[in-house]
Write a protein that binds this ligand. Structure first.
Ligand SMILES: Nc1ncnc2c1ncn2[C@@H]1O[C@H](COP(=O)(O)OP(=O)(O)OP(=O)(O)O)[C@@H](O)[C@H]1O
Ligand SMILES: O=C(O)c1ccc[n+]([C@@H]2O[C@H](COP(=O)([O-])O)[C@@H](O)[C@H]2O)c1
Length: 203
């Protein structure tokens, strides 16, 4: 029997990818001793239909550029290749079928965690992976621990709260900054910054 692999799943709209996502994924890799983390850009994100989202090609390219120097990070186009909405439980079903000898860890920020019961079929999703959660700009650890207890009890799963610095960077703030001519230096990797300007994104 081979040792089970431990894979992190970093799902997101990545519109664009930024250092908050990268530090989150790297912290999960380190804290949970994962073998790798796969970034899965959402083709059609379930809860973000009203936002302006740049093309799948641009978002995939920016993830590629951002993770290029990290050999335990990879990217999968599995959700970009679908025409329908990217529900996480369906993605996990496909991954599980391909790789049964792997434990999956779905990595999210606290904003996603507080909404998880509104996701499609959370009971199916949480039977296939464990959640790894980072506090975001809500420093309220009591609320986070309370949500951890609720989800663990309701779905008979375990939730890992990550030990990482809170990084107050968001894709929406980056989009606004570009729009209003403000700097995004040190918010995103240099290659991503160049890609945004070269391709006139978020004007
Ligand atoms: N700075 C951050 N710290 C911790 N988690 C984060 C951070 N930024 C994003 N995440 C998490 O990464 C996942 C993907 O995020 P997403 O691609 O939607 O970026 P976002 O910055 O939240 O975007 P937007 O500002 O457009 O809502 C979500 O689970 C989100 O909570
Ligand atoms: O499956 C769902 O119903 C669902 C609802 C909301 C978000 N998600 C996933 O959560 C991840 C972060 O989503 P977002 O919208 O914050 O970019 C991304 O992988 C989404 O596909 C999934």
């Amino acid at each position: 029997m081979h040792k089970k692999m431990k894979m992190g799943i970093m799902g997101g709209t990545f519109n664009p990818i930024h250092f908050g996502h990268l530090i989150l994924a790297e912290s999960a890799y380190e804290n949970l001793e994962l073998d790798s983390v796969v970034f899965i850009p959402a083709g059609i994100p379930p809860h973000k239909q009203e936002e302006e989202i740049v093309s799948k090609k641009d978002r995939l390219k920016m993830v590629d550029l951002a993770i290029d120097d990290n050999n335990h990070f990879e990217v999968s186009p599995i959700e970009l290749d679908k025409k329908s909405i990217s529900y996480s439980y369906e993605t996990l079903e496909v991954l599980k079928k391909e790789n049964n000898n792997t434990d999956y860890y779905f990595i999210i920020g606290s904003d996603s965690f507080y909404n998880i019961e509104k996701w499609k079929a959370p009971e199916i999703l949480l039977s296939m992976c464990k959640l790894v959660v980072a506090a975001r700009n809500d420093q309220n650890m009591d609320r986070l621990k309370q949500q951890k207890r609720v989800i663990e009890k309701k779905f008979k799963t375990s939730v890992h709260i990550l030990n990482m610095p809170t990084i107050d960077i968001s894709s929406s703030d980056i989009r606004d900054r570009v729009k209003y001519g403000k700097t995004i230096k040190y918010f995103v990797p240099k290659d991503v910054e160049n890609y945004i300007y070269m391709n006139d994104l978020y004007k």
